[in-house]
Every structure is written in structure tokens, then in C-alpha cells.
Design a protein around this ligand. Structure first.
Ligand SMILES: [Cu+2]
Length: 137
């Protein structure tokens, strides 16, 4: 009698152990593939703006860009009037934007916060040539 009970307990324990193992493996595999999918699926967020000046100041046509952390940000800047560039200090971006050329700036938004993009030509930022990059968690 005692042997049977011990035998049953052992069988139950072995089955339970196997079930736990299977479940753990399944969970691990699932979360791994989810992580991979999330990394690969980093959405590409594309924006276009022009860079120019007029009698009121110097400008980027787009004043604000909002993305999520992990997004690939692609900004197309076309300088249509004057001499300008495109900078985001916190992301180490400094790009010349020659007249009448579409310049593509691409980076992964891996830092959360609000950052300013601006033109570094003397006086341009002060004259209005800046905008806000918002990266949300
Ligand atoms: Cu400028």
C-alpha cells in the first residue's frame, strides 16, 4: 500500500516537473520571439520639411516631430532658400543641407525626452529656425 502511494507521488511529481518544464520553455521561447519582433518592428517614422528664410525669420517648415522610443526616425530636409544645416545635439546629428537637395537624416530614437533640432548658422536658431523632437516612452 505504502509503495503504491509513493509510486503515485513519484509519477505525479515527474509529470508535474515535465509540465512545468514544457511551460517554462514555451514562455521563454515566446518572450524571446516577442523581443525580437519588437526590435525588428521598430516603426519607421518619416517626416519631410523644408528649410528656408523669409522676411520674418529663418525656419524649418515642421515645428514638431513626435515619435515613440525605438522608432526609426527618418527626416527629409530640403533647403529651398538660404544656407542652413540640421542638428540635434543629444543624438549627435549634424548634417549639412545644401540648397535644393533632399537630405535624409535617419536615426533610432533611443533616448526619451524633448530635444531641439535647429540650424547652427549664426543667428538662425535665434531667428526661429528650430523645432521640437519628442520621444515618448
Ligand atoms: Cu539656417
Amino acid at each position: 500500500m505504502g509503495k503504491i502511494i509513493v509510486g503515485v507521488i513519484v509519477v505525479v511529481a515527474v509529470i508535474g516537473f515535465m509540465l512545468t518544464r514544457t511551460t517554462d520553455d514555451a514562455v521563454v521561447t515566446k518572450s524571446d520571439s516577442n523581443t525580437e519582433t519588437a526590435m525588428k518592428a521598430g516603426d519607421v517614422k518619416e517626416f519631410s520639411m523644408t528649410s528656408f528664410y523669409d522676411e520674418k525669420g529663418k525656419w524649418f517648415s515642421l515645428k514638431e516631430i513626435s515619435v515613440k522610443k525605438g522608432d526609426v526616425v527618418r527626416i527629409k530636409v530640403t533647403n529651398v532658400k538660404g544656407t542652413h544645416d540640421f542638428n540635434i545635439d543629444e543624438y549627435g546629428i549634424k548634417k549639412a543641407t545644401p540648397l535644393n537637395q533632399e537630405v535624409i537624416i535617419e536615426f533610432t530614437a533611443d533616448k526619451v525626452g524633448e530635444f531641439e533640432y535647429y540650424c547652427s548658422m549664426p543667428g538662425h536658431r535665434q531667428a526661429g529656425q528650430f523645432g521640437k523632437l519628442i520621444v515618448k516612452e
